[in-house]
Design a protein around this ligand. Structure first.
Ligand SMILES: Nc1ncnc2c1ncn2[C@@H]1O[C@H](COP(=O)(O)OP(=O)(O)OP(=O)(O)O)[C@@H](O)[C@H]1O
Ligand SMILES: [Mg+2]
Length: 230
């Protein structure tokens, strides 16, 4: 069984005035296709640092990262970006939508970068917005939508390139409890019905319970890796 994600002895240190500060200390982790993994841990324990490396937004200081069997720790920036666009959809806490663009244009944007034609872009973005319950908001601006609706736009955008992997860093961090559970239901369905691998950072145990596996970080180490317990 080949892993979708495999990291070996991964470290990250950020350069500062007083020398490099280590944040991740030799992480080993393997994630198979179709898994749904929650990452928890105290603030500053390295979760976002780790997610940024998994998302090919940053590179490790040492160690290896194999994404879909390919060693991406040493790829040049252009190849890394291509790998990222093909393989990964991102969902962030702050939604990261373009303020002046409609829901439709926000979702279609990654397809523009991928060189997909206009008709196909509209078609796929519309389909995804309808699937996330936003069929009536195609032309709404982010400011005209609720937090939950904006996060659904962000999920639709993450899916538009049909990536096998979704990385979500505190996707419910800005949402009320009811809306958080709606967002988690969408992610659960994507995992169950389409086999999309999901890795999600959360501070809330009831959100982590949607996952089938819980990995806990403390001070840049993995201290627990198992099934979330009730
Ligand atoms: N770009 C950076 N330059 C220097 N230090 C950084 C940088 N990004 C993060 N850090 C430091 O690395 C450590 C881990 O940060 P990280 O953002 O990964 O934590 P986190 O687990 O995601 O925390 P939170 O739960 O608050 O989001 C922190 O001490 C932080 O100050
Ligand atoms: Mg973080």
């Amino acid at each position: 069984m080949s892993a979708l994600i495999r990291v070996e002895q991964l470290t990250k240190a950020y350069p500062t005035g007083g020398g490099a500060v280590p944040v991740l200390h030799g992480i080993d982790l393997s994630i198979a296709p179709g898994e749904f993994v929650a990452i928890m841990g105290p603030s500053g324990s390295g979760k976002s640092t780790f997610m940024n490396i998994l998302g090919c937004l940053d590179v490790p200081s040492s160690g290896h990262y194999y994404l879909d069997g390919k060693d991406v720790s040493a790829l040049p920036p252009d190849d890394l970006a291509a790998m990222r666009n093909r393989t990964i959809g991102f969902v962030f806490q702050g939604f990261n939508l373009l303020k002046r663009a409609s829901a439709l244009d926000n979702v279609a944007l990654p397809l523009l970068y991928a060189g997909v034609g206009k008709a196909e872009r509209r078609h796929r973005a519309t389909e995804l917005l309808q699937a996330t319950g936003l069929g009536r908001h195609l032309h709404s601006l982010p400011s005209q939508m609720s937090g939950g609706q904006q996060q659904r736009v962000a999920i639709a955008r993450a899916l538009v390139n049909r990536p096998p992997l979704i990385l979500a860093d505190e996707p419910t961090g800005n949402l009320d409890s009811h809306t958080s559970h709606e967002i988690m239901d969408i992610l659960t369905r994507l995992n169950r019905e389409q086999g999309i691998t999901i890795i999600l950072v959360t501070h809330e145990l009831d959100i982590a319970h949607y996952a089938k596996r819980l990995v806990r970080f403390v001070d840049g180490h993995i201290v627990e890796d198992g099934v979330p317990s009730r």
